[in-house]
Design a protein around this ligand. Structure first.
Ligand code: 5GP
Ligand code: ZN
Length: 123
């Protein structure tokens, strides 16, 4: 897609801070982070929104979701549970869809947001 920012990032025509890459996915740092860790996971192929996905995309969507805990661990916000501290860490995974979903970039992306609270404007 000629005019899609995330296609340009995937093609490396536009710079980004890439944190993960494989044949189908790319993950990079959000340019305007809402929290200490704010990553975006995208498919390299252009898909506009979650609503454009069908059963043929089930594997791709699973790959995107399953990358989140790996990235969270790498960036220090894994969910941990130990006898002394109980549950700590953790992260938010979010896909915004369409105008009422707050989607600004129409190339499917999964936000992975975490790090110590408070986050921007949130407890
Ligand atoms: P949306 O609102 O569509 O779910 O989220 C789009 C996200 O992409 C926003 O958090 C925004 O900060 C991020 N973003 C927009 N343009 C760029 C860019 O050129 N580079 C990077 N790294 N992130 C971007
Ligand atoms: Zn695109």
């Amino acid at each position: 897609m000629d005019n899609c920012i995330f296609c340009k990032i995937a093609a490396k025509i536009m710079p980004s801070e890439i944190v993960y890459e494989d044949d189908t996915l790319l993950a990079f740092k959000d340019i305007n982070p809402a929290a200490p860790v704010h990553l975006l996971v995208i498919p390299k192929q252009h898909i506009g929104t979650l609503s454009d996905c069908g059963s043929a995309d089930a594997g791709l969507l699973a790959q995107m979701l399953l990358l989140a805990p790996k990235l969270a661990k790498e960036f220090g916000c894994a969910l941990t549970n130990d006898a002394n501290n109980g549950l700590t860490g953790g992260y938010r995974t979010m896909i915004n869809t369409g105008p009422d979903g707050g989607q600004e970039v129409y190339h499917l992306h999964l936000h992975v947001i975490g790090g110590p609270r408070p986050w921007r404007g949130r407890r």
